[in-house]
Design a protein around this ligand. Structure first.
Ligand SMILES: Cc1ncc(COP(=O)(O)O)c(C=O)c1O
Length: 393
């Protein structure tokens, strides 16, 4: 690795991560390191580069907008933001959109939306799920069910309660007359690629309707086409009151958003919530291009097709390798759960040219771009099979 870059990384970058691969270029689902070694990228920047690295249409939209108008603040209207809001609404339920810059910030917005909605009714508690992940800001950390992320940052922001995912009775036991909202990921990502049961989501929706509680979906990782539908909730047939997006919305250009149902459009009014950078013309130009690419290249269809191929092979792995316990996931959120921590697989996979991820402790996670080709999927699965074959049982 380039010595100066390594030295600067070690000396000047805070050690909140421990990366050891220097990437210099990306095209589609291939990334190249500084020694010109190529890798198939089945991380997509952790569910971000859903239309592949440096997609020509997204790059062109960013370049064009960068020469016209980069930032105005939300004190002025720009030509890109309303178009993006219309696109996001046209893909799902009727409503209005607030633009932010990241997943955590989009979820902070959802939390503020719920508190504001509940403020006249004396409702402020939010029920979230054990093993969930909602971000690293203080409110989203308190919402996050994976307690290890909260260690050392006490006290937790008050107002959050945790229930068990896919367990309606556990949620019911946490509901009080102060419950404003239930927040969950339709497929838990960081927690281990765990999809909600359709029936569970239907029960949660019915509970929210009965008790006058908002249902909020965090689709930061599982939205934007990753499950083979534009919004994750469309894969389950259950509509939330509001949904957050980020990650793949800009394909790597930072942007987040949350969409609330039309009936809630006046909950957050002028002056109640804001973000200097939220929805800049540049970020929205990138996101507009991403949505056009998803449509023009039929990526939802490709996602479903590639998903089928991956899960069929994953099921074979369960039969073939005793340490592979189960298959986890939906769409192109794909996992296999091992009987041991999965981190040891990362290096051998990388040596054979595949970048993959873990989730939870014992899940090997693949999050390829939605325009991944069948040949790339086959190569990745062959590499995984080779590496699994070398594991000592
Ligand atoms: C479901 C979910 N919500 C929120 C976040 C936080 O997003 P960000 O890192 O953009 O703040 C993540 C990040 O992994 C996520 O997976």
């Amino acid at each position: 690795m380039n010595n100066k870059i390594r030295e600067y990384q070690d000396k000047f970058v805070m050690k909140t991560y421990a990366p050891n691969l220097l990437l210099v270029k990306g095209v589609g689902s291939v990334v190249i390191d500084d020694e010109n070694k190529q890798y198939l990228d089945f991380t997509a920047g952790i569910s971000v580069c859903n239309v592949g690295h440096c997609h020509s249409k997204v790059t062109a939209a960013i370049s064009k907008q960068a020469q016209e108008l980069v930032h105005t603040s939300n004190l002025f209207i720009n030509e890109q933001q309303p178009v993006l809001a219309q696109k996001l609404v046209s893909k799902g339920f009727d409503g209005v959109v607030f633009f932010a810059n990241s997943g955590a910030e989009a979820n902070e917005g959802l939390i503020k939306f719920a508190r504001k909605w509940g403020s006249d009714k004396g409702k402020y508690e939010i029920i979230t799920m054990h093993d969930s992940f909602h971000g690293r800001t203080l409110a989203t950390l308190a919402a996050t069910g994976r307690s290890q992320y909260r260690q050392g940052f006490a006290p937790d922001m008050p107002g959050f309660k945790h229930a068990y995912f896919n367990d309606i009775e556990s949620i019911k036991s946490q509901v009080t007359d102060k419950t404003a909202a239930i927040l969950l990921e339709p497929v838990q990502g960081e927690g281990g690629i765990i999809p909600a049961d359709r029936e569970f989501l239907q029960q949660v929706r019915a509970l929210c309707d009965e008790k006058d509680i908002l249902l909020l979906f965090d689709e930061v990782q599982c939205g934007m086409g990753r499950l083979g539908t534009f919004y994750a909730y469309q894969s389950f047939g259950v509509e939330p009151d509001a949904v957050s997006l980020a990650k793949a919305l800009g394909n790597g250009f930072p942007i987040g958003a949350f969409v609330v149902q039309r009936k809630h459009e006046n909950v957050l009014q002028a002056g109640t919530h804001a973000s200097t950078f939220g929805g800049t013309p540049l970020a929205c130009a990138a996101a507009n291009a991403v949505i056009d690419v998803i449509d023009e290249e039929n990526l939802l269809e490709n996602c479903q097709k590639m998903s089928k191929i991956i899960f069929e092979r994953f099921n074979d792995f369960v039969k073939k390798f005793p340490f592979v316990e189960t298959v986890r996931g939906k769409g192109l959120m794909c996992g296999i759960k091992l009987d041991r921590p999965a981190a040891f697989l990362m290096q051998p996979l990388r040596e054979k040219g595949l970048l993959a991820l873990t989730a939870g402790e014992s899940v090997l996670r693949l999050l390829p771009a939605l325009n991944i080709s069948e040949a790339e999927v086959e190569s990745a699965l062959n590499i995984i099979e080779e590496v699994l074959s070398e594991v000592e049982v």
